[in-house]
Design a protein around this ligand. Structure first.
Ligand code: PHE
Length: 341
């Protein structure tokens, strides 16, 4: 029996060395230490031993059991440790790997130009004003000396909200002149950018919604020379010192005299091309000296004060600034286009 026990210990130890999984370990435990296991089988034969041998064999059996149990516990702990390490290894996160960046957009090129224009005017002492896109016909037309029945008030050009033609989407930023004159006292220097709406078909130079920037200066002794000087300086700061401008006589009901300002075409430098429709020049704004009737209607004495105003097309300024040939590109929001700026 002594031999059997020694052999059992040896066999068990050998087998223990090859155990790797929890299933194998459990199977081993049942096989050697379980109720129907090999050690129990040997112990069952103890009845045939002499009284002297029995305690000796009993002690040996206990030590074999203890040895196997101890070694089994070690193997179990070892395999559990290895399993944990393997899991940690497979689930390892490298926090130093660079993340996936989501692409960050940037300001629309037209608003970049607007910011540049605002900065230039702020530097000249102008104040930025914001105003409503939904207007009263009174402000969009009447107070600007565009009386009822005037062709500019036609339904074909203007988006009206009401049958009585009283409420509309502003067709120009010029009503901001009236808002400023009614709420401020001269000297006044304002710049009012914003959206305007007209019933126009979309093409390379037209859109039913576009942006204007209204500018206005009122003080004692203001003349057309101030208007020309200011605008020439602005386009030079915006487009560069070699920018060529020209002023043409024009008519607006709310300015007298009135003019339009052109800049020499940025594409063909005046030779004539599709961008300037063969003209060599691109019209960028309408302007003039504020009509005395308009000043008076807003409570400003035209014998004391005078002023100029202009309305600039922002999209056109952006086309010129970035040398873009088609207005539609500004509104299409194709990132392949926008990414270039
Ligand atoms: N509001 C005019 C337009 O839309 C432009 C303008 C503004 C003309 C101010 C004179 C003075 O065409």
């Amino acid at each position: 029996m002594r031999e059997k026990l020694e052999l059992l210990r040896k066999a068990a130890f050998e087998e223990l060395g090859g155990l790797t999984t929890p299933e194998e370990i459990e199977a081993f435990r049942v096989k050697y230490l379980g109720k129907k296991g090999e050690l129990t089988a040997i112990l069952k034969q103890m009845g045939g031993l002499s009284a002297e041998e029995r305690p000796v064999i009993g002690q040996l059996a206990n030590s074999v059991r203890e040895d196997i149990e101890k070694k089994l516990a070690d193997v179990k702990a070892e395999t559990e440790k290895r399993a944990l390490e393997a899991r940690l290894q497979s689930e390892k996160i490298d926090v130093t790997v660079p993340g996936k960046r989501s692409p960050l957009g940037h300001r629309h090129p037209m608003y970049e130009v607007l910011d540049e224009i605002k900065d230039i005017f702020i530097g000249m002492g102008f104040q930025i004003l914001d105003g409503p896109e939904i207007e009263l016909a009174d402000y969009n037309f009447t107070k600007l000396n565009v009386e009822e029945g005037h062709p500019a008030r036609e339904w074909t050009d203007t988006f009206y909200f009401t049958e009585d033609s009283e409420v509309l989407l502003r067709t120009q930023t010029s009503p901001m002149q009236i808002h400023a004159m009614e709420t401020m006292t001269p000297p006044i220097r304002i710049l009012a950018p914003g959206r305007v709406y007209r019933k126009d078909e979309v093409d390379a130079t037209h859109s039913p919604m576009f942006h204007q920037i209204e500018g206005m200066a009122i003080d004692k002794g203001i003349t057309m020379a101030d208007l020309k000087g200011t605008l020439s300086e602005v386009v030079k700061q915006l487009y560069g010192d070699d920018t060529v401008t020209r002023f043409r006589p024009h008519h607006f009901p709310f300015t007298e005299p009135s003019c339009e300002m052109d800049i020499r075409c940025h594409k063909c430098r005046g030779a004539g091309c599709p961008t300037c429709k063969g003209e060599g020049w691109i019209e960028v704004l309408g302007a003039g000296m504020i009509h005395p009737k308009v000043l008076e209607g807003c409570g400003i004495d035209p014998d004391v004060y005078s002023g100029w105003a202009f309305g600039m097309g922002l999209e056109r300024m952006a086309l010129g600034r970035f040398k873009i040939s088609d207005l539609r590109l500004i509104f299409e929001n194709d990132v392949r286009f926008l990414e270039q700026f």
